[in-house]
Ligand binder design. Structure first.
Ligand SMILES: *[C@@H]1O[C@H](CO)[C@@H](O)[C@H](O)[C@H]1NC(C)=O
Length: 500
């Protein structure tokens, strides 16, 4: 319908149509003159009421001016698509219309809060998940401004399909140090999720060393996209409970630096803290923080993340998996740059296709001694010939004593020391015993649960031979008579294999 209407109006215009358009323009210009945003904010409860008022004026004006009997050809007669100027009102909430100061000189807290409240109280169209009214894609537009705020911008629970985008928020020097610039954290939604499908996009969030950037509590399908979050003291982003927050294409750092910062040893805070399940962090750079990403929920994916937040040498950690037991974390295609990964008692963990630079390594930390279903495969490690192991155990709380299905294999090293749970070796001698010491490569001490060997005599002798001992990762083969031979041995630690 809309297309047909536009095509018709391209035809030769009749005088009556010109008149009609002229009236529309007149009404629009009245609206423009009265549209001074600062006047709005003070004379009406909200710009919404003001706009409503204007629309009423507009429609009555047109009704009065309608000339009886004026006729238009059928194809030019008004259709809903054509009928000016009462268009459905857009759900765009421009913060300067509420009096926000885009220069960042004065506190815009109240103005932006009013814009958010209006957006959340705007028209809804059914529900998303139970308890979440659909705002239809309402947008809170920061209009490229730089706004000072003195308290968190908090989204009320029970609403979804909303976007906040396009500007900078900066904490004022009275901002509370234990809060976040944007909080999806209302507590009471009768057990339902707080919010669903809220998108925070194209934002620079500057916590001014007072608190954090974004707090997402018990929400569903939140997206944080193309955000730059800095000067936080607690967390850049905290996600607690809820599901499926996507944090992508973003930059987080406590201090604005690009490496080799003289203050690096004093960096604190955490870039992203995931205290919930099923979240995704993808294509994110964390350039300064004591811990890049802290994970204490399950089934989170970290992909394409570059951590150079604080070097291990200064006490930093790139990714810390602080969820002993079922973790189900996948860390893939990421870049750990002078800072490594720590995993506590991991059960189901995948670290694959990552690049570790600057002697960065992985620590498997025993809490109750359980490690199971772990793949550390196909990664590259690069260091400075200091003999640093790529995978290390922290057994200060006690040894790992439940080791199942752990595969550390197919990693490559340059200037670091390879560690693996799968190894091959050979030894040549005259017997009658041959021993291969796998301690220099195996990850776990005194733990071999599968051995295969090939006995290859160099003369045409056929002695009896047998596997005698595997204790302390030393595999010993013996023959009944001395015999010049090479023995090839392969061992596995904790890989799954069939035994009946
Ligand atoms: C295996 O070697 C260890 C020393 O490494 C020794 O204590 C143990 O008795 C040996 N076991 C057998 C079956 O010979």
């Amino acid at each position: 319908m809309g297309r047909r209407g536009r095509r018709s109006s391209n035809r030769a215009m009749e005088p009556s149509l010109f008149l009609k358009m002229g009236l529309a323009l007149l009404v629009l210009s009245v609206a423009f003159v009265h549209g001074n945003p600062t006047v709005n904010a003070h004379s009406y409860a909200s710009p919404r009421t003001y706009i409503d008022e204007l629309r009423r004026m507009q429609s009555s004006y047109i009704l009065q001016q309608k000339i009886p009997g004026s006729s238009l050809p059928d194809e030019l007669s008004p259709t809903p698509a054509q009928a000016p100027p009462v268009a459905p009102r857009p759900n765009v909430y421009k913060v300067t219309s509420y009096g926000a100061d885009p220069t960042g000189k004065t506190d815009s807290m109240d103005a932006i809060s009013r814009a958010i409240t209006d957006a959340l109280e705007g028209p809804t169209n059914g529900f998303l998940i139970a308890g979440i009214a659909n705002l239809g894609g309402a947008r809170i537009d920061l209009e490229g401004g730089n706004y000072l705020i003195s308290r968190p911008l908090q989204l009320a629970a029970g609403k979804g399909n909303l976007l906040i985008h396009g500007g900078t928020l900066k904490a004022s020097d009275t901002f509370p140090g234990d809060r976040y610039l944007i909080e999806l954290s209302s507590k009471n939604n009768n057990g339902a999720f707080n919010n669903e499908f809220v998108t925070l996009r194209d934002l620079l969030l500057d916590s001014s060393y007072r608190g954090g950037g974004i707090f997402v509590l018990n929400s569903l399908r939140t997206t944080i996209d193309n955000c730059y979050i800095t000067h936080f003291t607690t967390n850049g982003v905290l996600v607690q409970d809820g599901h499926e927050t996507l944090i992508r294409n973003s930059y987080l750092g406590q201090h604005i630096t690009a490496g080799s910062d003289p203050g690096e040893r004093y960096f604190s805070g955490t870039g992203i803290h995931l205290m919930g399940n099923d979240n995704v962090v993808s294509d994110v750079v964390i350039f300064s923080a004591a811990i890049g990403i802290m994970v204490s929920g399950q089934a989170n994916t970290i992909s394409g993340v570059h951590c150079y937040n604080k070097a291990t040498g200064f006490g930093g950690t790139g990714i810390y998996l602080k969820v002993p037991g079922l973790t189900q974390t996948r860390i893939v295609h990421s870049y750990l740059d002078y800072t490594g990964i720590v995993a506590e008692d991991p059960v189901q963990l995948d670290i694959a296709n990552c690049f570790f630079l600057g002697d960065a390594f992985i620590v498997l930390k025993s809490i109750k001694g359980e490690i199971s279903g772990v793949n550390i495969v196909d990664n590259m490690f690069c260091g400075s010939d200091k003999g640093i192991d790529i995978v290390q155990l922290d057994q200060r709380n006690g040894p790992f004593n439940q080791i199942h299905q752990v595969v550390v294999d197919r990693n490559n090293v340059k200037g670091m020391k390879l560690r693996a749970t799968v190894a091959r070796g050979s030894v040549q001698g005259n017997g009658p015993s041959w021993m291969v010491d796998f301690n220099p490569i195996l990850v776990f001490p005194d733990f071999v649960n599968h051995v295969q060997y090939t006995f290859s005599p160099s003369e045409s002798l056929y002695p009896n031979h047998a596997l005698r001992n595997i204790s302390h990762n030393n595999v010993m083969i013996e023959s009944d008579v001395p015999c010049p031979a090479t023995v090839f041995v392969s061992v596995h630690q904790g890989a799954s294999f069939y035994s009946s």
